[in-house]
Design a protein around this ligand. Structure first.
Ligand code: NDP
Length: 487
């Protein structure tokens, strides 16, 4: 059986490249090639820029309320097609259907809906200066590039296009080459909803295509989601034409469990924050600091629930709650970190091996893995693993655990479990992270700004302030009296 070949999506339709070069996309749960995608060659790249220029001219000329109405139509189509789109995400990423069916499309649609609602509410200022006055306009930036990671492909495309399009920009989006289909589906939906051709374009390929986007002088902004190291390259390249950047990067986030916490709730949070999407979530709380008084209770319950309640297998099976990692290479990387943890003296409480479930024997699965007896300087405690691997550490002093939690160059997220309301806020205010939870972990509604401290990122996604990251302020001074000139 021949597999489909997807072309790049430019100016409202699929466009064939000239080189004929393609890449293959595999289903991580089966190791089978499911389709091919054409790489954006020079012809496609030039066409994408021309298309986005035309798209920008048409889209930015519309009133915000017209744009809003069209985007809300796209939101309705996304929701109508939830199951079809969720299936695309499951086959591309290996994540469980039970997640994609209620999270991936839904949270993407929410963000477009949120910014569609905000678009008409964006206003400038006016102020008198003597008899003269000035006013400001919020103008779109122009062509914005979005570069996405592979863990939430459609959601990332929605989170980047929502505010960009609401503010009147055009977008050229490059999904990860591991998961290219979700963005194409979104492009088709935008066209169906009435977004003019050229406003949202999808170019396909690996790092070279990303590099072209970051270096291209016609592009005003790059919004990037990916690893810290790639983020640094993207920012350096974007600096060549002084582009605005938003960076959503990796993390190694701490969760602090105090001895007055509801331990079962804290275990739930720890499991969600390490095993949901098989651990491939940037905000995961991969360093769990547990107070010594509840440590034994915490790890006993964690071990039992991890061994009894996690079902790995064919991700399309609605019972399955642990899917396959994105690629063989990534599976090997995660297993390499587990070996390193053992070598450096951590103890495996549970898991630690590759998995070959009967319903998906060729998938890239890794057992849900918990390390105890961890030390702050171990590799598994310091580096982002991006798989189902949790490190548990012990503490007994509040100030000390805050200092340990902050002792990292990353600062994406953090969490605290305690029933003491004063301690909860006191501690969370001292944690150096951009996304924080108290007695909760992982929720990220459209209304809440998200982004990292330190090397975990620059700028924010979601929330009102993000619209400012996709507009520029024009100040206009109006003279109301004759000019006094010495010349
Ligand atoms: P990568 O950094 O490897 O890739 C991200 C994207 O950048 C991909 O589309 C990739 O293309 C592209 N790319 C690679 N090199 C370059 C380059 N030199 N210039 C421009 N673009 C380039 O990240 P992953 O895809 O592996 O995603 C996992 C990472 O993403 C983790 O670190 C995770 O923490 C982070 N992440 C952060 C989130 C946040 O909101 N803070 C959310 C989700 C993930 P290709 O893959 O095709 O090679």
């Amino acid at each position: 059986m021949t597999t489909p070949v997807y072309e790049n999506f430019i100016n409202g339709h699929f466009l064939k490249n000239q080189t004929g070069d393609t890449f293959a996309v595999k289903n991580p749960a089966t190791d089978e090639v499911i389709y091919h995608v054409e790489i954006a060659d020079e012809f496609i790249q030039n066409a994408a820029i021309e298309s986005a220029k035309q798209g920008f001219a048409a889209w930015s000329a519309m009133t915000p309320i017209e744009r809003s109405r069209i985007l809300l139509k796209a939101v309705a189509i996304l929701r109508e097609r939830n199951d079809e789109l969720a299936k695309v995400e499951v086959l591309d990423t290996g994540k469980p259907w039970q997640e994609a069916e209620c999270v991936d499309v839904e949270t993407g649609a929410d963000v477009i809906e949120y910014f569609a609602g905000l678009a008409p509410a964006q206003v400038g200022q006016q102020q008198m200066v003597g008899n003269d006055f000035y006013y400001t306009r919020k103008e779109p930036l122009g062509i914005c590039a979005g570069i996405g990671a592979w863990n939430y492909p459609l959601q990332i495309a929605c989170w980047k296009s929502g505010p960009a399009l609401a503010a009147g920009n055009a977008v050229i989006f490059k999904p990860s080459e591991e998961t290219p289909l979700g963005a194409i589906k979104l492009a088709e939906i935008f066209i169906e909803a009435g977004v003019p051709a050229g406003v949202f374009n999808v170019v396909q390929g690996a790092a070279e295509v990303g590099q072209w986007l970051t270096a291209n002088p016609n592009i005003e902004k790059v919004s990037f989601t990916g690893e810290v190291g790639t983020g640094k390259k993207v920012m350096a390249s974007a600096a060549g034409s002084l582009k605005d950047v938003t960076m959503e990067l990796g993390g190694k986030s701490p969760l602090l469990v105090f001895d007055d916490a509801d331990v079962s709730q804290a275990v739930s949070a720890a499991m969600l924050g390490n095993f949901y999407t098989q651990g491939e979530i940037c905000t995961n709380c991969t360093r769990i600091y547990v107070h010594k008084n509840v440590y034994q209770q915490f790890i006993d319950e964690l071990k039992t629930r991890t061994e009894q309640n996690i079902i790995a297998g064919d991700p399309m099976d609605p019972e399955v709650n642990l899917g396959a990692l994105i690629s063989k290479k990534h599976q090997e990387l995660v297993l390499g970190y587990i070996d390193k943890g053992v070598q450096e003296g951590a103890t495996l409480l549970t898991g630690g091996k590759a998995l070959s479930p009967a319903s998906a024997p060729n998938g890239y699965f890794v057992e849900p893995t918990v390390f105890v007896d961890c030390k702050d300087d171990m590799t598994i405690v310091k580096e982002e693993i991006f798989g189902p691997v949790m490190s548990v550490l012990v503490f007994d002093d509040e100030d000390d655990v805050i200092q340990r939690a902050n002792d990292t160059h990353l600062g994406l997220a953090a969490g605290v479990f305690t029933k003491d309301i004063q301690r909860a806020h006191r501690v969370i205010h001292q944690l150096q992270a951009g996304i924080c939870w108290i007695n909760s972990y992982g929720n990220s509604p459209a209304e809440m700004p998200v982004g990292g401290y330190k090397q975990s990122g620059i700028g924010r996604e979601n929330g009102i302030e993000t619209l400012d990251h996709y507009t520029q302020t024009k100040s206009i001074y109006v003279g109301m009296s004759n000019i006094e000139s010495p010349f």
